[in-house]
Design a protein around this ligand. Structure first.
Ligand code: SF4
Ligand code: SF4
Length: 69
């Protein structure tokens, strides 16, 4: 079920797929702020210590850049 905490998935952002959107939709939907962006010219990354594997960002990213390790 999307949105519910499940067994923690190990997710990362594939830099080759990420389009470095001006507004990262995946980052905006993450309720625990696990998607971090330091430089606006670089892809964001997932803070594995915050991420609880809900998968909402996976659905939200229009370029399927968030993938399971
Ligand atoms: S993770 Fe997805 S939504 Fe976020 S900047 Fe990359 S391509 Fe865009
Ligand atoms: S899986 Fe959920 S908690 Fe983890 S980065 Fe994506 S939206 Fe945030």
């Amino acid at each position: 079920m999307i949105g519910a905490p499940v067994s923690k998935a190990s997710l990362y952002i594939d830099d080759d797929r990420c389009h470095i959107c001006r507004r990262c939709l995946a980052q905006q939907v993450c309720r625990v702020r696990a998607i971090v962006r330091i430089d606006r010219d670089e892809p964001p990354f997932i803070d594995v210590h915050r991420c609880h594997g809900c998968m909402i960002c996976v659905v939200e990213c229009p370029f399927e850049a968030i993938v399971a390790a």
